[in-house]
Design a protein around this ligand. Sequence first.
Ligand SMILES: *Cc1c(COP(=O)(O)O)cnc(C)c1O
Length: 425
Amino acid sequence: MKVPFITKEQVEEIVKTYPTPFHIYDEKGIRENARAMNKAFSWNPGFKEYFAVKATPNPTILKILHEEGCGTDCSSMAELILSEKSGITGYDVMFSSNETPAEEFVKCAEIGGIINLDDITHIDFVLEALGGKLPKRMSCRYNPGGVFKLGETGEAVQVMDNPGDAKYGMTKEQIIEAYKRLADLGVEELGIHSFLASNTLSNDYYPALAKILFELAVEIKEVTGISLKFINLSGGVGISYTPDAPQNDIAVIGEGVHKAYDEVLVPAGMGDVAIFTELGRFMLAPYGHLITKAIHEKHIYKEYIGVDACAANLMRPAMYGSYHHVTVLGKEDAPATEVYDVVGSLCENNDKFAIDRKLPKIDMGDYICIHDTGAHGFSMGYNYNGRLWSSELLLREDSSILCIRRAQTLDDYFATLDGYWNLEV
Ligand SMILES: *Cc1c(COP(=O)(O)O)cnc(C)c1O
């Protein structure tokens, strides 16, 4: 069961001020989940979750998470500035970027963030960008290559992803070389980072990744004498977008990592290593809805419901064919007697929020809640067909509504043409 965190009555009030479509986030859910996350890793004194800013790049969301003890994981100039302007700087910032322009490394160093190097050649690149002096604390990204599987044998084996095909990170030989060089260059606190699989629905992903990184950390210590200060498990803990599959249990995941820590790091005398994470989806996705209104219906070879949101507001179904659960507000308990395609207005036939979906009978003017849009939702928005970004609203813990980003206007859309209307050609 997926139950919306707002009701039809609340939406009817909201639209008097903020018309549909809009993204809305649930402050209570965000805070409770962040607390559960921190509790699951409270066995590790240095633990920190660096929220992946790209998932939901809104300063109000970043501040709420910061109040709950989270930092930010940035990967561009805009994300670094967002973090800085949200009051999140220093070691609360991880910079896990790739193909990075020099000025972004400079910006990260300026706000005191932790640069996570994607490649061994970036040591010289950063050295030059920073005028010959590296920060005290840095990280390197690891790519083990091959295919990443969970489970030992037979049917239990689940292929999670294909790191050998991924552009990120360094090989084992390179990363060992990189640590030696960084230590020679005076970097005192080194860490490792790796991201092997995205949106995993398994309590075993983090523990399996942790074991790989912990064993490598022990090997690095044996080979180089360098004892890593932190191990960053990055993103990838997923959520179930469908109502039937069980959700990940962060307490079980935290315990799984704890077990690997006690088995591998502690016996190697590395019981003081801090664990970092960079979750985006897990921290925010379930706590966001895209609310849209049914404005057209048509009956041709299939039944269509046209809504006032489109893929420009939520790209995942069009881009990945992703399932997003849909609830017709006020009809939560009505029987699903119809089969609809729920579609947006783009001149693209993949602009479909739901395909062949069993839903209650939808009437024009009904408000439709698209679930799990809190991460990689608004942030992936674009302006195709001249469609504008929606507003972002926050449902506060006291049930009041705060607008945390206004909707884009046509003036915003045309702003980059300022002065270009009358070009003589
Ligand atoms: C996208 C990304 C994340 C967050 O991934 P989720 O799947 O949202 O948890 C974390 N770290 C890096 C480097 C990323 O690129």
